[in-house]
Design a protein. Structure first.
Length: 454
């Protein structure tokens, strides 16, 4: 039964559905050699497969137990362990001692496939010695295909107001002030862990738009200087980056999963394949294209792309990204100009697209359209863009405006689409990627949704 944020074990006379867990002691682990240093356990090691393992914190030496949940009630292992005075290390909600993670791990799961009835077994090795934030990334990001990711995401990883990214052979640190002693030590540890050649730090200013370009360039704090331009891998593709470009290095890492959706043509189980209703060669419009990373992914998927941006410099950068991935940029279109003006001109020419990508900055300014503020002008942007979207086409809408609640963003899209006389057929809201974990102290800022529109 749930009481507030916790589940409790109800008295037998009040129970509806039963919950049963069997516990068995595996052994003890000395704190000197402790679980956080060099201890790991694989399925089959000193216990029967198909069970759960976890560390307890209420004894002089941590005790390793095996728990077999005979039923599948929410939080039942945690509730039953706490009831017996055996709180799980790190599970502060149920009385456990504070720790970097909750020391509870599913080593093996056995189930029957719901479609074909086959018996399936999934196994996962546990290594409690690994740092939790690095382990989370290893589970979701393939290092052979991707070497550009966020290693620390502020409060979500226990480091408020500090953000660290790996960019191939270099590390970029960002925060509101100079590095503290603990931060320097952590940066050094991460550099060694990933065999990085150099580490940079940038002090984030409150008012980005009034920051001079020279003030936004990070400075070297350890190792060797990065070349003016270098290449990173993302989902098997290659992109050019530079740490000398102020706040933007050339790739927004928080959109990696959405680029992969475009690259694979697969958004979600409930969403039709992206190119299922397209012509032989789908047409994709990438608005606010920046260095054209989305366009590269679409082109690799077989689409003809049109990349639109207010910066000639970034469009040229985008063309180099095409070349890096063995794509002929001359077979694709690159348009320099104001977004609203270019969209209207494309409409007058009768251009239509199978997929529209809208991921504008929070703030921009052009001579023709003036100031663009995402909360105020997103609806107008969608309205103009929809005139170019084919029936049954897909609209990708995104914003990184942290102060704009997700519910209001979605409502804005729905009202705008209805107002344009169009209907949403399918939708999928995509969360921030796993290397950008949110927390109560620092909620998710990125809002992205894929919409198939009648």
């Amino acid at each position: 039964m749930r009481v507030g944020e916790k589940y409790i074990n109800r008295p037998l006379r009040e129970r509806g559905e039963s919950a049963e867990t069997r516990f068995r002691v595996i052994g003890k682990i000395g704190r000197d050699s402790g679980v956080n240093k060099n201890w790991s356990l694989s399925p089959g090691d000193s216990f029967d497969p198909g069970k759960w393992i976890f560390e307890l914190s209420n004894m002089a030496s941590p005790t390793l137990l095996m728990a077999e949940p005979l039923t599948g009630r929410t939080h039942q292992i945690r509730v039953h362990a706490a009831q017996k005075g055996l709180s799980i290390l790190g599970d502060t909600l149920y009385g456990g001692t504070q720790a970097p993670r909750v020391y509870l791990h599913a080593a093996e799961l056995h189930f029957r496939h719901p479609l074909n009835g086959e018996e399936k077994t999934l196994r996962a090795t546990v290594n409690f010695a690994e740092e939790p934030h690095l382990l989370r990334r290893q589970l979701f990001i393939e290092p052979e295909l991707t070497d550009a990711l966020r290693l620390l995401n502020g409060a979500g990883d226990g480091w408020p107001d500090w953000y660290v990214e790996r960019l191939a052979d270099f590390i970029l640190s960002q925060g509101g002030q100079e590095l503290s002693v603990p931060q320097k030590a952590e940066l050094e540890r991460l550099s060694k862990h990933f065999f990085c050649r150099g580490a940079y730090h940038r002090i984030l200013r409150r008012n980005i738009h009034r920051t001079k370009p020279s003030e936004a360039i990070p400075f070297l704090v350890a190792g060797t200087q990065a070349p003016e331009n270098f290449v990173v891998r993302e989902n098997g593709l290659r992109f050019e980056l530079s740490v000398r470009e102020g706040y933007s290095v050339g790739l927004f890492l928080d959109q990696r999963d959405n680029r992969k959706r475009l690259l694979s043509g697969y958004v979600a189980p409930t969403f039709d394949p992206l190119f299922s209703s397209c012509s032989a060669r789908p047409e994709v419009l990438n608005n606010f294209a920046y260095t054209c990373a989305f366009s590269v992914c679409a082109a690799k998927a077989g689409a003809r792309t049109t990349s639109l941006d207010l910066s000639k410099k970034y469009l040229e950068w985008g063309k180099r990204n095409f070349t890096l991935n063995q794509l002929d940029a001359t077979l694709h279109e690159f348009i320099y100009g104001d977004a609203f003006d270019c969209l209207k001109r494309l409409g007058k020419r009768g251009r239509t697209f199978d997929i529209l990508l809208l991921h504008p900055p929070r703030f921009s300014q052009s001579k023709k359209s003036g100031v663009f503020r995402v909360e105020k002008d997103y609806s107008r942007l969608v309205t103009v863009s929809l005139t170019l979207l084919k029936p049954g086409g897909v609209l990708f809408a995104s914003t990184n405006a942290a102060g704009w609640p997700a519910e209001e963003f979605i409502t804005c899209l729905e009202k705008t689409i209805r107002g344009a006389g169009r209907k949403i057929l399918k939708r999928h809201y995509a969360p921030q990627p796993p290397d950008f974990p949110a927390s109560r102290a620092e909620p998710a800022y990125l809002k992205t949704v894929w919409l198939r529109i009648e």
